[in-house]
Design a protein around this ligand. Structure first.
Ligand code: ADP
Ligand code: MG
Length: 258
């Protein structure tokens, strides 16, 4: 399965280096065996979209990639770090992994810029003036240069999500994880957030996106993973997944969502 030959690269070249290496990942919540054996490798600059029915384990899989959930068995390696090693400094690892959720989780009592400055200043990566400058650059990048001193409450959902993305980028992550980043948005605001993600892809950011936006997955992904029942049932290029699905479960899923 080649990931370098899709039409979606836009000049981007998927790297040779493996950024995420998941081997035999299983996760149970009590008796609920949610991830039943996941093995996959994601390479540098690769954009991977994860699709599948509700409850199939997509969020749990994503959360295992920054240890918001701990694996029951198997290994998860991100960059140089083995997340399943109890010795690993997880806070250090998480600085390299940005995550954007359906809910924006911005601090309401802080301005937009302060929200973005918080982590780099608290962790001692940047001085306050440096962090302010970085926040302004990032806001410009997500099309919100004029909102630095606004409060989150004054922003639309799409604007809030773009701030949340800028906040994640403030730590200069090596990889970005998105869990249904557009699902809570009014339809007219989905496009502006997808555009920011599209720009990140063009800049070569390694990304894993759980999404319901099949058109977007087809457009932006180098590779699509279809999950069902806690497994990756099929993995392939957008054309392989959407135009030539092999597994009956994927065919059935697509017949409902397309
Ligand atoms: P998806 O994102 O594909 O909809 P999830 O990963 O959210 O699926 O959930 C898969 C299954 O794991 C569901 O049965 C859900 O109830 C269960 N689950 C997810 N998170 C937890 C948790 N923190 N505690 C208990 N069960 C959970
Ligand atoms: Mg989910």
């Amino acid at each position: 399965m080649s990931t370098a030959t899709t039409d979606n690269s836009g000049g981007r070249v998927v790297g040779e280096r493996v950024m995420v290496d998941v081997q035999g990942l299983e996760k149970s919540f009590g008796d609920n065996h949610v991830l039943t054996g996941i093995t996959d490798q994601i390479r540098e600059r690769e954009v991977v979209c994860v699709i599948g029915p509700s409850g199939s384990g997509k969020s749990t899989f994503l959360r295992c990639l920054n240890r918001l959930e701990e694996a029951t068995s198997g290994t998860v390696q991100v960059g140089d770090y083995d997340l399943t090693d109890p010795q690993v400094d997880i806070n250090k690892v998480r600085r390299h992994i940005g995550m954007v959720f359906q809910q924006f989780n911005l601090f309401p009592h802080m301005t937009v810029a302060e929200n973005i400055m918080l982590a780099p200043v608290e962790l001692g990566n940047l001085t306050k003036p440096e962090a302010r400058k970085r926040a302004e650059e990032l806001l410009d990048r997500v099309g919100l240069a004029d909102k630095a001193d606004a409060r989150p409450a004054s922003l639309s959902g799409g604007q809030k999500q773009r701030v949340a993305i800028a906040r994640s980028l403030a730590m200069s992550p090596k990889i970005m994880l998105f869990d249904e980043a557009t699902s809570a948005l009014d339809p007219e605001m989905v496009g502006e957030v997808l555009q920011v993600i599209r720009d990140l892809a063009a800049e070569g950011m390694t990304m894993v996106l759980v999404t319901h936006e099949m058109g977007f997955a087809r457009e932006v992904a180098d590779r699509v993973l279809f999950m069902d029942g806690g497994k990756i049932v099929e993995s392939g290029t957008p054309s392989e997944i959407f135009d030539h699905p092999q597994q009956p479960r994927l065919q059935e899923f697509l017949s409902k969502v397309l």
